[in-house]
Design a protein around this ligand. Structure first.
Ligand SMILES: C[S@@+](CC[C@H](N)C(=O)[O-])C[C@H]1O[C@@H](n2cnc3c(N)ncnc32)[C@H](O)[C@@H]1O
Length: 235
């Protein structure tokens, strides 16, 4: 296995310690995203949405939700789950990049940037700038700052698990992931880390007015969420 998309395509069941973890995880993310939906008619894009088992609650609060996922097996699962939901479409990244300019009210990139190279992130931010309506919102969430990311992620997961009744499964899950190709891939490809100042500078360099949100979406408060809007003057 040589990249993160293959990992997510083939091992997506491994990153959640059990179905309860997966569902509580996506419920928490969906609740965080819902708070940012600007109106019941909003056009929302969740880019790198993963299995997103609570996407219907996002779509219910919006006009339309486009789920963008690079991993074909994950897309297959999304199509099976949401195929009948008229408010949801599931697209590949290329299909989503070809959506009409200035058509989105909200784009979310949550827990994805750490799996991209800087160059890939730059390409994506240029696409988002093109797709967003003037003044619309981009959320870049779960950004991993440098320094002890893995132990902090493990501790956050254990706290989240204890609060949600799956602590023992989480301990077993952490052992399982430690024995899997996740750690090998992490060593080989690594995660991309950004400090708060780095991410703000990157967003600004792509023509966004940006600020760090008070809270990260999701359960890991060592990570950061950024809120960005296309600056009226562009780049
Ligand atoms: C850690 S998961 C995050 C899922 C979800 N957003 C969440 O917060 O739980 C990262 C997801 O991003 C997807 N992904 C990675 N690169 C991508 C890209 N260039 N375009 C779309 N999806 C991508 C992966 O396949 C994986 O499903």
């Amino acid at each position: 296995m040589s990249n993160w998309i293959d990992f997510y395509d083939l091992r997506h069941s491994l990153i959640y310690v059990n179905a309860r973890h997966r569902d509580v995880h996506y419920r928490t993310i969906a609740a965080g995203i819902r708070d940012y939906i600007p109106s019941p008619t909003a056009t929302v894009i969740d880019w790198g949405c993963g299995e997103a088992t609570s996407a219907a609650t996002i779509a219910d609060a919006a006009g339309h939700l486009t789920m963008v996922e690079a991993a074909p097996n994950v897309r297959g699962a999304l199509n099976a789950r949401y195929g009948a939901n008229k408010k949801i479409s599931v697209l590949t990244p290329d299909e989503a990049a070809a959506l009409p300019e200035h058509s989105a009210d909200l784009i979310i990139l949550h827990s994805v940037a750490q799996y991209l190279t800087r160059q890939e992130l730059d390409g994506m931010l240029a696409t988002f700038h093109r797709l967003l309506k003037p003044g619309a919102l981009l959320i870049v969430g779960d950004i991993v700052p440098p320094g002890l990311a893995a132990p902090k992620a493990a501790l956050s997961l254990l706290k989240f698990a204890a609060r949600n009744g799956f602590l023992f499964a989480a301990i077993r899950g952490l052992i399982r992931i430690a024995l899997s190709d996740y750690l090998k891939l992490n060593k080989k490809v690594g995660l991309t880390h950004y400090s708060e100042a780095d991410m703000l500078a990157i967003l600004r360099s792509h023509g966004f007015v940006a600020a760090r949100a008070e809270e990260n979406i999701g359960h890991n408060q060592w990570r950061m969420t950024f809120l960005a809007r296309p600056a009226s003057t562009g780049r």
